[in-house]
Ligand binder design. Sequence first.
Ligand code: NAD
Ligand code: UDP
Length: 368
Amino acid sequence: FRCLMSSILITGGSGYIGSHTVVALISAGYNPVIVDNLSNSKITVLDRIETITGKRPPFYQIDLRDRAALDVVFQTHSISAAIHFGGLKAVGESVAEPLRYYENNIESTLSLCFVMAARGVKRLVFSSSATVYGDPHTVPIREDFPLAPANPYGRTKLMIEQILQDLYAADPAWQIALLRYFNPVGAHPSGLIGEDPGGHPNNLMPYISQVAVGRRERLSVFGSDYPTTDGTGVRDYIHVMDLAEGHLAALRYMEKAESLSPQRQEYKLNLSSPDSLSFPRRRESIPLIVNLGTGRGYSVLEMVSAFEKVSGKTIPWQITDRRPGDIAACYADAIRAKDLLGWTASRTLTDMCADTWRWQSQNPAGYP
Ligand code: NAD
Ligand code: UDP
């Protein structure tokens, strides 16, 4: 059996960002195929995707490092591109278990690229992270800022970016997009899919929403003496559906690039107003590298108060020590995404809180 309809492989597609991107892809008429080992997601997400979209994407429970199993997916489906979300992402865990992080994230990517190359599928979107910038010397953060990740998780992202750049330089048939996400939050507006961190949430929004729903007593605010408006950390929170649509924009950019010119000289066409930030002039330079953020930051206390307003719940909080490794402020310069991909985040902070709250209150214990 071989499905002839062209498909997009979504690694990590049952996870938080992957599942929302699957919904966005189906809504846009694409056929996503999911590969995930379910190490950090639940199979029930498929029922929810089906309820939202009316379609159930093919799903393979496979570890990405299993090349033979992955190859069968490429034999079964006519895959035209891959979006690579699959990976481990907890910063603290990566400090405690660096080998597991390097092994999982890097081997998964190598395996995926080997199979893609063997099957002649050379269009790849990679989930990178603003964490590759480390502590920026200034904000907003532009794509050409120095890269200095501060923990093993971030270093896996940077190493994978470098591997993919080498691959891109070696073989002109590859199209590669490195998307550096800022802080994804929120959920699909149906409240059927959302972020479901197992155990103790590390990130701010899931923690706030678990306090709101009564699963946690109070939020610890990690530090109040940062050089920010109210002393708490500032981040660029981006609605996960905006982020999902950013992947669509990157995919379309690459599809269009290829149709414009088989040699992909079209990349040069994007240089109508060349400056240091424009897309690389020469084919042999770097792949598409784009921040996906809103371009503005909110403090921890601004997030708490926005969430309280939307949910009608009081979020008890207390100031505690700074979290080791945290930085004061991190938000994107989002201009390149707009110029190259024609994409900007459109959902507001209120949308982010309302959709998080809908998901959390409808699913207080996460996915069944
Ligand atoms: P997630 O944990 O919800 O999704 C990742 C998925 O990958 C999970 O479903 C997990 O089971 C799967 N996976 C992990 N290792 C695998 C392997 N070896 N084989 C097959 N499947 C595997 O995380 P997410 O928040 O949806 O993040 C998706 C991607 O985006 C990750 O690569 C993450 O590093 C990156 N990212 C996330 C954030 C964030 O704040 N959520 C920010 C920047 C970048
Ligand atoms: N934060 C907090 N309490 C928490 C979790 C996070 O005060 O329980 C703060 C954290 O110090 C940072 C912001 O919220 O300033 C966002 O943290 P998160 O871990 O969500 O994202 P990251 O720091 O990785 O950008």
